[in-house]
Design a protein around this ligand. Structure first.
Ligand SMILES: [Zn+2]
Length: 193
């Protein structure tokens, strides 16, 4: 069983831009590449879980999304990190067109994307985290039985102002990664002595 970081994409990994799909518009949030390197060093596997209703709405297609995700994963690897897989929900129950207009089980806060990841990647639920900037990310973590973490990037500050949040909050992904590293190092120290 593997400890795993589930990561929202827009607003957590990259700067939130409505219905982003062009590679030239993709910008990493500050410190994210360093955070991903730390996760790899600490032997966490990383799975991305992202709602992409822009596909359902007909703003872009799955091929464009996959190209953008591949680009993102390539840059992450070049910088010492690793994303195992990007899970996405292309659906929307009201705004979707054609076969994308369904009441699916994967649009966060529903846990479908995370449950797929748990099954495909042998996830140790009790040692894993779901990190994102929206209430739907927190909900997805809770619904999958995974500890949710909120970051202030993206819609994070708005999420905090509009909800009563009782889970850990970090400035950004790097702040979380650094604290995780410090906690794991303390655990190691205790094991050795
Ligand atoms: Zn879905």
């Amino acid at each position: 069983m593997k400890k795993t970081i589930f990561l929202d994409r827009d607003g957590t990994i990259n700067i939130e831009k409505e219905y982003l799909y062009k590679i030239e518009d993709f910008e990493f949030e500050a410190g994210v590449l360093d955070a991903l390197k730390i996760f790899k060093e600490l032997k966490y596997q990383v799975l991305v879980v992202t709602n992409q209703s822009g596909i359902a709405r007909g703003y872009y297609d799955e091929i464009s999304l996959k190209k953008l995700n591949d680009y993102m994963m390539e840059i992450i690897e070049k910088n010492g990190g690793k994303v195992e897989h990007c899970y996405y929900c292309p659906h929307h129950s009201e705004k979707g067109i054609g076969s994308y207009k369904v009441q699916c089980t994967c649009r966060k806060p529903l846990p479908g994307l995370l449950l797929n990841g748990i099954e495909d990647y042998n996830v140790n639920i009790s040692k894993s985290f779901m990190i994102g900037d929206k209430i739907s990310d927190i909900g997805a973590g809770i619904n999958a039985g995974i500890q949710p973490i909120l970051v202030r990037t993206g819609y994070g500050i708005k999420t905090i102002s509009e909800n009563h949040i009782e889970i850990p909050i970090y400035e950004n992904l790097l702040e979380f990664a650094l604290e995780l590293k410090s906690k794991e190092e303390k655990l190691l120290y205790r094991k050795e002595y």
